[in-house]
Design a binder for this molecule. Structure first.
Ligand code: AP5
Length: 215
């Protein structure tokens, strides 16, 4: 199953992907998670990406295209992949098309999770993330069992630098300018499915699963 989970920042892509990868047994490839791991480990890639991420801007296409090419060539993608956070620009989508042709795993469906801007800001500003295992929570909608502590690994949760309100607004602007045009791009390719992401996590999971079950 070859899938892109698409949507604006805070739509719930990561939250859904974590459960979908368990249900369907395909790897969850989140470019945001890969970049954050590189920032945490202070790699050359992380040092290059950090400034862009903190400002709510996109990391340059050339960097992302190389990263995704390497990741999709790893052995665990043999039965498919669930992309989250890639592609985010038309050049990234064009490059993806070429990479997938090379490896013989064409995209089957792009699932666009649609959520209003007010909900996105509410979701992102209340998000708390685990620096160790990457699990994400929401102070109201999905709180950890023990306040401020990750259920999975017991680490202290933190608020991502890009989840401050002014950076959230910038990320939404960048999404509207550079990423939203991909809805048309994949609509024209005939592989786009729009779903309503305004329900709770379980409701959205049922809807997304209903789409994925067809592939
Ligand atoms: P990335 O980490 O990909 O950020 P994003 O796309 O902005 O997405 P988020 O992770 O913020 O949101 P999400 O949709 O996964 O929502 P989540 O499930 O966490 O990228 C970060 C940065 O890296 C970018 O800004 C850029 O700089 C760089 N980057 C990454 N990829 C790139 C690329 N391809 N090209 C260039 N640069 C790139 O949910 C959000 C919150 O809502 C959580 O608190 C969650 O608990 C809650 N929630 C989820 N679902 C629901 C629900 N149904 N109801 C209520 N609350 C919910």
């Amino acid at each position: 199953m070859n899938v892109v989970l698409f949507g604006p920042p805070g739509a719930g892509k990561g939250t859904q992907a974590k459960e979908l990868t368990k249900k369907y047994g395909i790897p969850h490839i989140s470019t945001g998670d890969i970049l954050r791991a590189n920032v945490r480990d202070a790699t050359e890639l992380g040092k290059e990406a950090k400034g862009y991420m903190d400002r709510g801007e996109l990391v340059p296409d050339t960097v992302l295209i190389g990263l995704i090419r390497n990741r999709l060539n790893e052995a665990d993608c043999v039965d498919g992949y669930l992309l989250d956070g890639y592609p985010r620009t038309i050049p990234q989508a064009d490059a993806l098309d070429g990479i997938l042709r090379e490896i013989g795993k064409p995209l089957e469906v792009v699932i666009n999770i649609d959520v209003s801007d007010d909900n996105l800001v509410e979701r992102l500003s209340g998000r708390r993330t685990c620096p160790n295992c990457g699990e994400s929570y929401h102070i109201v909608f999905n709180p950890p069992e023990k306040q401020g502590i990750c259920n999975v690994c017991g680490s202290q949760l933190y608020q991502r630098d890009d989840d401050r309100e002014e950076v959230i607004r910038q990320r939404l602007t960048v999404y509207n300018q550079k990423t939203k045009p991909l809805i048309d791009y994949y609509g024209k390719a005939g592989i786009l499915v729009n779903i309503d992401g305004s329900g709770n996590v379980d409701e959205v999971f049922q809807t997304v699963s209903g789409v994925m079950d067809k592939y």
